[in-house]
Design a protein around this ligand. Structure first.
Ligand code: MN3
Length: 197
């Protein structure tokens, strides 16, 4: 199948001032698009080209001869997921069903924020921080480069991209400020609840 760059859930400037239209134009319009284009080239004419994106990621995750396919497929999935994790006027404390889960598994929202920031800021180099549902328990993890929870049989609820291209135009080297802005102003908790399933 031919993979397509999915439309963004909001306008390019909708997340300003925390993520600028310029960042989105590069991050979505160039980086995300290139992952889609590369994936299409890599799977064309192979036995992978009839599989879904999720099946490709799971089937090549531990195949060291398919690193290029994995990296591009996972980055397509990660970015599509990441855009949905944000919305204008988002962030802050969640309400409803998530409050109880966060209290139980982290000991409160402040502890959740502390752990999420530590994972996102502490990821050396490029990667992602995630809130996952690991067999009924909420956990925070970080992954390097393109790696993601799907490749490890875990369920993703929320992610933040901490590759420099995600924040450098707006925050330069200040990754902690970007992660704080993400948590305070951008998180789409409705999407997180939807992922709980
Ligand atoms: Mn990115």
């Amino acid at each position: 199948m031919t993979f397509e760059l999915p439309p963004l859930p909001w306008a390019d400037a909708a997340l300003e001032p925390y993520t600028s239209a310029k960042t989105i134009s590069f991050h979505y319009g160039k980086h995300h698009k290139v992952y889609v284009d590369n994936l299409n080239k890599l799977v064309a004419g192979t036995d992978l080209d009839k599989k879904s994106l999720e099946d490709i990621i799971k089937s090549v995750a531990s195949d060291s001869s398919k690193t290029g396919v994995f990296n591009n497929a996972a980055q397509v999935w990660n970015h599509t997921f990441f855009w949905q994790c944000m919305k204008p006027g988002g962030g802050g404390k969640p309400s409803g069903v998530l409050v109880g889960r966060i209290d139980r598994d982290f000991g409160g929202y402040d502890k959740f924020v502390e752990q999420f920031k530590a994972a996102a800021v502490g990821r050396f180099g490029s990667g992602w921080a995630w809130l996952i549902d690991d067999n009924g328990t909420l956990k925070i993890i970080s992954t390097p480069n393109a790696d993601n929870p799907l490749a490890h049989g875990q369920k993703s609820l929320l992610t933040v991209d901490v590759w420099e291209h995600a924040y450098y135009l707006d925050f330069q080297n200040r990754r902690p400020d970007f992660v704080q802005a993400f948590l305070d102003h951008l998180v789409n908790w409705d999407f997180v609840v939807q992922n709980l399933g």
